[in-house]
Design a protein around this ligand. Structure first.
Ligand code: 5GP
Length: 116
């Protein structure tokens, strides 16, 4: 499957639509999910075009994983979380809605379910 330059996260990367950016480095960007399923729910994306994990180069995966770990530790502190869930979906059949590679980082507390 090909990469669509007009997907929502490509527009966020280009600054064409607003987002709440919480971290960025040379290779990755992190911003808050617009419909958070937990307090502190954010999304880690590569800055270069990539549809999903099935399409990702090793460098994109390495960069995203390093940022996911950094953000997981940061949200655990910031949201006083007891745990952190990482979610990631590939293609429509796999639950993906936005076709730019992304990782959900979700702070969790005992007994609290993710919002739908
Ligand atoms: P997925 O593709 O992983 O199933 O879901 C895409 C995620 O992107 C959803 O959690 C959704 O709330 C989030 N999302 C969709 N559109 C926007 C947007 O315009 N801004 C932000 N910050 N998040 C979005």
């Amino acid at each position: 499957m090909s990469y669509d330059n007009d997907n929502i996260f490509a527009k966020i990367l280009r600054g064409e639509i607003p987002s709440t950016r919480v971290y960025e480095d040379e290779e990755t960007l992190v911003f808050m999910d617009i419909m958070p399923r937990a307090d502190g729910h954010c999304l880690v994306i590569p800055k270069t075009p990539c549809r999903n994990i099935l399409d990702a180069a090793p460098g994109q995966m390495n960069a995203c994983m390093a940022t996911v770990q950094k953000i997981a530790r940061a949200v655990r502190e910031a949201f006083d979380a007891e745990g952190v869930t990482i979610q990631q979906f590939n293609e429509a059949a796999g639950g993906q809605e936005v076709f730019h590679l992304h990782f959900h980082v979700l702070p969790r507390r005992e007994g609290e379910s993710l919002r739908p």
